[in-house]
Design a protein around this ligand. Sequence first.
Ligand code: 5GP
Length: 381
Amino acid sequence: LPKAIETDYPDTIDRYRWFGKFFLDGQICLKLEKFKPVLLCSSNSMVKSWANLMKRTEMLLNALVDLTREFIFRNSKKTYSGIPIIASNMDTVGTFEMACQLAKLKIFTTIHKHYTVEQWKTFATTNPEVLQNVAVSCGMTEADFKKLREIIAEIPKIEYICVDVANGYSEHFVEFVRLVRKEFPDKTIFAGNVVTCEMVEELLLSGADIVKVGIGPGSVCTTRMKTGVGYPQLSCVLECSDAAHGLGGHIVSDGGCTNSGDVAKAFGAGADFVMLGGMLAGHDESGTGEIIERNGRKYKLFYGMSSKTAMDKHSGGVAEYRASEGKTVEVPYRGNVSSTAQDILGGVRSCCTYVGASKLKELSRRTTFIRVSQQLNEVFT
Ligand code: 5GP
């Protein structure tokens, strides 16, 4: 330790040791600036994000961070431009009303599969500008496929199809994705859900453009408890994004985000898109009818697509959707979804600022994950 630091700035010594403990690699040096140590350098591995963090935050402003991304999809060859956050195709989230609000912010919506062809036609006629930011969803039954054909025949401007099933690992599902690709060669196809590299690759090679990854992380999902099946979502995104990008494909991290910090982590881990259910529930646009009032507080119903509530509502039509039941919960009513969405974007922008990414595209390259046993100071909770 330089003599001057030891004698003149004793308070700094601890910090020096603290940095030293984690990152000391012979390249770190301290510059004393008003008694605060500042990490000055290192082009080296772990130190990088800290160095970036401390240098770049002076230059970057949240408002200037660009969250839009542009993609060219592997199989459809179509281009995308927008903020790659997606409202889930749950009937409490992926509604036409949600799509109209979110499209104003360039956010995408996978519309749930329970709208009729007539409802789709009305939506498309009244909101033609929103169509580029929505996907039509379908399962893999005959009836689903027939309806998908009808909807696209009526509204050829729909560019995205989301094929969503309980078990993305069945051979039948892979066949189905091939069938959809053959029938709609120029549409961009989401397919899922899976959680492992080989299956991501198989789906991309079978015609999917964007693979939906995540089994069991959802806020109203009970799969892990009921069946013991699942995969840690962060590992899933780290591994699957790598596999997909190797083939020129893309992934959506689906489920498990509880706040904007989680969304930022999913992007940081390599997700091209992040899909949200619970975070967008409880709003005016969230469907499921009435606001529930109890003890002066307002709530809205939110449920998994294979919960009893969903099955009752769609008369058994969703029984095959997920391998297990989902939960039904009441979430606090939060008014218009725009302010929630803005808040999420604000959090992700701020994350980019912290790590020195001027664009969302740079975030994964600027991310270093550190395993922690506790994330928050819970002294006042
Ligand atoms: P969230 O953002 O609420 O954590 O997760 C949303 C995701 O949970 C959805 O996009 C979907 O993949 C998944 N999901 C929705 N409903 C159910 C359900 O009933 N069971 C299971 N296992 N997953 C569900």
